[in-house]
Design a protein around this ligand. Structure first.
Ligand code: ADP
Ligand code: MG
Length: 343
């Protein structure tokens, strides 16, 4: 930190999240993001993506243990007082969730729902909040008059636009979008993605975009982090990770989603049998080894940390780059044996 000249918008260091059930859903995650940058987080269902998103704004259920650091403009979200967290949730960072129908309140007009945080956090007058609400709606491609509509009067894509307007209501610096388009059909999905991209670049926001669909992320983001069993197992420039993944899991994910518009294989990577592990009972060694076609004996016992996989690229696989230790594994084994036999 002392060596960096520019303050990062978001810097996550060694983040660990364990639910009250004992599920270790996020394990030692490091991420960073500058204003104007778009970071994609990919991985199958159950790999800890939503847990990570919720942790960023301390939205996890009571009883969940969280450790590490989440620096938002240099300020650690995990160590903020609650009043500060509430202020940061709208004005510092906001989340667009999947499934807008469930996130919007069915009995309130959408205009009132967008205006609420503006009234609360911006101390706006009712007239000021109404004006800002109209502007936000137009900004996301809806007529200002739609403010009077109830959620059920809007299509899925329109509701997701409302969710985006709401996320932008208090001019946050960071937007976290958790599967923002998964419930939408492909045409609407593309429109919403373009909208998010456009808003992010216009306003120099940071974007964390979560999806199980690597193709969507490769198309939208600058960098991509692939999560497996609560860890980032691969990270790098989005296009490179999509076109030429270095981790066997990244490769499998990318093979599963050849391009936007291919809806046939959306929910399970092709050629990759099985499911991600239960975070309460993780496999030993590299947690991907039971599903990995190129696993070595060492992978069953040795945990793999991220390794240098080329310029700006990282992957947590024994097959990648230079080994972490200067000595070859066999030599180390012999040395161990020699030591223990003489002691
Ligand atoms: P993703 O968003 O990648 O699908 P999640 O973060 O939702 O993954 O879930 C990661 C793991 O944490 C899953 O195994 C899930 O069952 C578990 N999990 C999620 N929420 C809870 C919770 N409230 N209590 C216990 N375990 C949870
Ligand atoms: Mg999720």
């Amino acid at each position: 930190m002392s060596t960096t000249t520019k303050q990062r918008l978001l810097e996550v260091r060694n983040l660990e999240v364990t639910y009250a059930s004992g599920a270790a859903a996020v394990r030692g995650v490091d991420l960073s993001l500058d204003a104007g940058q778009k970071l994609g987080i990919a991985g199958e269902s159950g790999c800890g993506k939503s847990t990570l998103a919720l942790a960023l704004l301390r939205l996890l259920p009571a009883g969940t243990r969280t450790s590490g650091e989440i620096l938002l403009d240099g300020e650690d979200v995990l160590r903020m007082k609650w009043g500060r967290v509430r202020a940061v949730r709208w004005a510092g960072a906001s989340i667009v969730f999947q499934g807008a129908m469930h996130s919007l309140n069915a009995v309130h007009r959408i205009g009132d729902q967008i205006a609420e945080p503006i009234l609360l956090h911006r101390k706006a007058t009712p007239a000021g909040a109404k004006k800002k609400t109209g502007e936000l709606l137009e900004h996301v491609g809806l007529p200002a008059a739609r403010a009077d509509a109830y959620p059920h009067e809007l299509s899925g894509g329109q509701r997701q636009r409302v969710m985006i307007a709401m996320a932008l209501a208090c001019d946050p610096r960071l937007v976290i979008a958790d599967e923002p388009t998964t419930a939408l059909d492909v045409m609407i999905q593309a429109q919403i993605l373009r909208l998010i991209e456009q808003l992010v670049s216009e306003q120099e926001l940071g974007l964390v975009m979560i999806s199980h669909d690597l193709a969507v992320l490769a198309d939208t983001c600058d960098r991509l982090a692939v999560m497996y069993a609560g860890r980032v197992v691969e990270e790098g420039p989005a296009r490179q990770v999509y076109d030429d993944a270095r981790h066997p899991y990244g490769k499998a994910l990318s093979a599963a989603f050849p391009r936007i518009g291919d809806t046939a294989s959306r929910f399970a990577p092709r050629g990759l049998p099985g499911d991600p592990p239960d975070p309460s009972a993780l496999p030993t060694g590299c947690t991907f080894h039971p599903r990995c076609a190129v696993a070595l004996d060492a992978c069953v016992t040795q945990d793999q940390a991220l390794r240098d996989a080329g310029t700006g690229r990282w992957a947590a696989c024994v097959h990648v780059g230079a080994p972490a230790a200067p000595t070859a594994p066999e030599a180390t084994g012999e040395a161990e044996e020699a030591r223990s036999s003489t002691s």
